[in-house]
Design a binder for this molecule. Structure first.
Ligand code: HEC
Ligand code: HEC
Length: 344
């Protein structure tokens, strides 16, 4: 017990240092509900949805959590109700948004309902929470947009709204996204990653990356372990298909069971194994060239063009990213924007 908390303490201090407050004395975090908007909230005050009353709203919220966790059953390609087949694969939202969207650096959804509507650099427009959720539906879930009034959509929004209900509008949380470990000054190496995959991941995700289905006779029961590539995986337009995202996700969450306080892989191994996963085949999404109407807002690790800079696609896919970032900053100072010739 004692040892665990010491390690946790050291990691919290290390986290503060990397967040740019080196030398500040360690202080107990403020309760989330006292934190002002604009300040990073360290302790998340998340309502326990099982304590909601058994009324219409409580049932909708709990159904929303179920859609998040058993996505394939409710809205997958083999869902019992054909009208509700919106997702194109049998992943769950919680394949990536771990612990029902409540895990630090496990792509948490805790602040989403407090932060949206929010400008989307990818579409160049203001995105509602439903729009944002649809972008995971059409990319991570390789599916089609959900009408706003169907029960699964209303339920997901209701669940996310309860998750954020103790946070101020526009809240910034500590532990958002998947983390930001130090980058390599060389390209990430898929060949070296294959060796790490065979040592650390194959046991669960399988030789062919296809994961482990719960029931071979009924795909709507989803996965015990989700696929990492192949026809039932996220498509090439998904956020998880960007190296910075997947490498940090793997570093802070894989093998399943670890967390950011005690990663199992050193950063170089996480970068390389992520590069190996990114090098495998997955469904293709049409029209990706239209993303990001201002190419200077395109993330440096977007693995598809067009680009504002002249670095090769392979460097956008595998890094190193620092030279690209420097070039984008230079172009921003010089031109302000670089309109995407393919934008709609
Ligand atoms: C293959 C992985 C994956 C799956 C599956 C997935 N997502 Fe996401 N989702 C992401 C990534 C990556 C982000 C971007 C996170 C970031 O930028 O911090 C994201 C972002 C989001 C956001 C915005 C969060 C925020 O605070 O900005 C919402 C809402 C969301 N997803 C909902 C869903 C829902 C609902 C499902 C299931 C229908 C789903 N996602 C399935 C990977 C996934
Ligand atoms: C002990 C089994 C296990 C091991 C080992 C493991 N994973 Fe996972 N992985 C999971 C499970 C289960 C999930 C779904 C999320 C959850 O339930 O925690 C997952 C989710 C993922 C996801 C996001 C969902 C998706 O479908 O893409 C990625 C990426 C991933 N793992 C990569 C890796 C990599 C790379 C390794 C090796 C470094 C690895 N995992 C090792 C069990 C495992």
């Amino acid at each position: 017990m004692r040892r665990t908390s010491m390690v946790g303490y050291a990691a919290v201090v290390a986290f503060c240092v990397s967040a740019g407050v080196a030398g500040a004395p360690a202080q107990p975090p403020e309760p989330a509900n006292l934190a002002a908007a604009g300040k990073r909230i360290a302790v998340w005050d998340i309502p326990d949805i099982d304590q909601l009353p058994d009324d219409e709203h409580g049932r909708l919220v709990r159904y929303g959590r179920s859609v998040l966790e058993a996505t394939a059953r409710h809205i997958g390609p083999d869902a019992p109700d054909p009208v509700m087949r919106f997702a194109g694969n049998n992943l769950a939202c919680t394949s990536c948004h771990l612990d029902a969207g409540r895990k630090k650096f496990g792509l948490p959804l805790v602040a989403a309902a407090a932060d949206y509507p929010l400008y989307s650099a990818r579409s160049g427009e203001l995105a509602s929470l439903e729009d944002r959720l649809d972008s995971c539906m059409t990319r991570s879930m390789n599916g089609r947009p959900m009408p706003r009034d169907v029960r699964p959509m209303r339920a997901l929004v209701a669940y996310l709204t309860v998750l954020s209900s103790a946070l101020p509008r526009g809240a910034a949380i500590e532990g958002a996204g998947a983390g930001a470990m130090a980058e390599l000054d060389r390209p990430a190496d898929p060949a070296r990653g294959a060796v790490i995959y065979a040592r650390t991941c194959v046991f669960c995700h399988g030789e062919d990356g296809r994961g482990l289905v719960r029931n071979g006779a009924d795909a709507s029961l989803g996965y015990g372990v989700p696929p990492l590539w192949g026809p039932d995986s996220f498509n090439d337009g998904a956020g998880m298909n960007r190296l910075v995202t997947i490498a940090n996700f793997v570093h802070d969450n894989m093998p399943a069971g670890i967390d950011w306080l005690m990663p199992a892989l050193v950063p170089a191994d996480a970068w390389d194994v992520a590069a190996y996963v990114a090098s495998r085949g997955r469904p293709h999404r049409e029209g990706l060239e239209k993303d990001f109407p201002d190419l200077l807002d395109k993330p440096v690790d977007a693995p598809y063009g067009p680009y504002a800079d002249s670095f090769p696609q392979a460097q956008h896919k595998y890094g190193p990213f620092a030279p690209i970032r420097a070039e984008i900053a230079r172009l921003k100072a010089e031109k302000g924007t670089v309109p995407n010739p393919d934008a709609r």
